[in-house]
Design a protein around this ligand. Structure first.
Ligand SMILES: C[S@@+](CC[C@H](N)C(=O)[O-])C[C@H]1O[C@@H](n2cnc3c(N)ncnc32)[C@H](O)[C@@H]1O
Length: 267
């Protein structure tokens, strides 16, 4: 997630905008020290402009959800291709998103499934009350903590988006902290898992609870790997502990995805 992009999904005057404007300068100063971030930001603008007018199938779906997402176009495109790839390769299982906010990226997954004529279950997990606080396990805790309570999309708002887009049947919304909800849900297999929970604990919980349910050949996409240090730490620790050598493929400065290998020793 790129929190500085959030304003695009909110109406002027929305109190959630006011909550965020307290800290962008401090964050911007930190981010702008990274030349890769600066280049990525410029590229994002190009992709964003292109997808506003392009007649491609992805761009057409993107325009339906763009005001409801904080994910970059490259990462949304990654999700779009991920959904198409697992369906084409007949990878069994449900589709899961952990970290939904206003619902845009999950709705894109649902629209892509509908475009393919595929009816599979989509699970959507969130507090629907905004980001919980990070923990000292997040190396950038000081800046991250400024975002606690932001990124709020209520359950009603997200459900109404899915209704409006006519993709609500097949979707299971689960409200609560991942730490409480994920260990209790009845998901037997996952074809594609989108993890967009920003913090160390959130990403670690998703991997601990759901990685083993992802079918071999299934895809796990990480939104925050290059952006929030805790998210990267959770992914790196998990892959190292499990000796997973499959490459993390880069979508943009922040986004990565992994195709789950058949066995942990297989690269
Ligand atoms: C960056 S936003 C998700 C953005 C969304 N994918 C989009 O398309 O804009 C991160 C979301 O993760 C949720 N989240 C983070 N940690 C969580 C946790 N431990 N339990 C439940 N939800 C969590 C937050 O509530 C927030 O809505």
């Amino acid at each position: 997630m790129r929190p500085q992009d959030n304003t695009e999904c909110l109406n002027a005057g929305d109190p959630r905008v006011a909550r965020r404007v307290r800290h962008p300068l401090r964050e911007l100063v930190q981010r702008a020290r990274d030349p890769e971030w600066v280049v990525d930001t410029a590229l994002r603008f190009v992709a964003y402009s292109w997808d506003r007018v392009s007649p491609s199938e992805f761009s057409s779906l993107y325009r339906r959800i763009r005001t409801r997402t904080m994910c970059s176009n490259a990462r949304l495109r990654g999700l779009y291709h991920g959904v198409r790839t697992v369906v084409k390769n007949q990878i069994p299982g449900d589709f899961v998103e952990c970290g939904t906010a206003l619902g845009g990226s999950a709705a894109l997954m649902a629209l892509t499934l509908r475009q393919l004529g595929v009816r599979r279950k989509l699970w959507v997990f969130d507090t629907f009350e905004g980001l919980p606080a990070p923990t000292p396990e997040d190396p950038d805790f000081e800046v991250a903590n400024l975002f606690a309570g932001t990124c709020i999309g209520t359950l009603e708002e997200v459900q109404s988006l899915f209704t409006q887009l006519q993709v609500r049947d097949q979707v299971q919304f689960v409200k609560g902290l991942f730490q409480d909800t994920l260990p209790t849900v009845d998901i037997s297999q996952i074809a594609l898992l989108h993890i967009d929970g920003d913090w160390y604990d959130s990403v670690k919980t998703c991997l601990d609870s759901l990685y083993d349910k992802v079918a071999p050949g299934g895809i796990i996409q990480f939104d925050d790997y290059g952006y929030w240090k805790g998210a990267r730490k959770a992914v790196d620790e998990f892959l190292a502990a499990r000796r997973i050598r499959a490459p993390l493929k880069k979508l943009d400065h922040s986004g990565r995805f992994l195709v789950k290998p058949l066995s942990s020793s297989e690269p």
